[in-house]
Design a protein around this ligand. Sequence first.
Ligand SMILES: Nc1ncnc2c1ncn2[C@@H]1O[C@H](COP(=O)(O)OP(=O)(O)O)[C@@H](O)[C@H]1O
Ligand SMILES: [Mg+2]
Length: 259
Amino acid sequence: MPQAITVEDLNIYYGDFLAVENVNVVIEPRSVTALIGPSGCGKSTFLRTLNRMHEVIPGARAEGTVEIEGQNIYAAGVDPVNVRRRVGMVFQKPNPFPTMSIRDNVLAGVKLNNKRISKSDADALVEKSLKGANLWNEVKDRLDKPGMGLSGGQQQRLCIARTIAVRPEVVLMDEPCSALDPISTLAIEDLIHEMKEEFTIVIVTHNMQQASRVSDRTGFFNIAGTGKPGKLIEIDDTEKMFTNPANKQTEDYISGRFG
Ligand SMILES: Nc1ncnc2c1ncn2[C@@H]1O[C@H](COP(=O)(O)OP(=O)(O)O)[C@@H](O)[C@H]1O
Ligand SMILES: [Mg+2]
């Protein structure tokens, strides 16, 4: 079985600016990888190259290889829309479609992918996805109410339900809890833990406790100074990264001696 994600010699640009330099990393299926590091070191930029969302920014491009389950998503002829179905993304701020019902929010990605789906299949998919996002019990009696009527934490779980409804292989999360209260944050962390039975998860977090709670592996990005590219300094088992990292920069960062 191929690795879930294999990144080789990846350089990421905004126009002429090299934002992230020479990333090489292998991520195993059904694992949670946390990406940590100071603001501006390229965590979000790197994450967006894993499903070809980076290139939607004018002038933005990536050079190198990203394989998702054996397929180089940057090879000629690969459809980025299909890549984004296989590699879903959850953002910092929950972004349900405001005018849509809870049910239609869950189905939105499926419909965008032009899938025709019967009412009974849709009902089953809505239930399965909301259960998968630990939200079903809270919303099953109001599926036709607007998604915007939910709390922030519920909205984020609704966005996760929408993401997993298209059956992706990989789910990317960019600081998914940073707009949430502590209770909602723990609910998302529990969910991430359950999700890895089915999905490969890569999560950017500025919260090191969160990284150590949810992830199997942790990658540390750093930047040498303004205008310099971000680099993946070290990636290893989370426990090792937080107790005995190989690199001095990692040690300084995790022990708060940064800057
Ligand atoms: N849309 C953009 N256009 C140009 N530069 C950008 C854009 N987004 C991010 N950058 C730059 O890329 C670098 C990495 O940013 P980012 O990936 O957002 O870092 P992080 O997520 O680690 O805080 C920064 O220097 C940032 O200013
Ligand atoms: Mg970011």
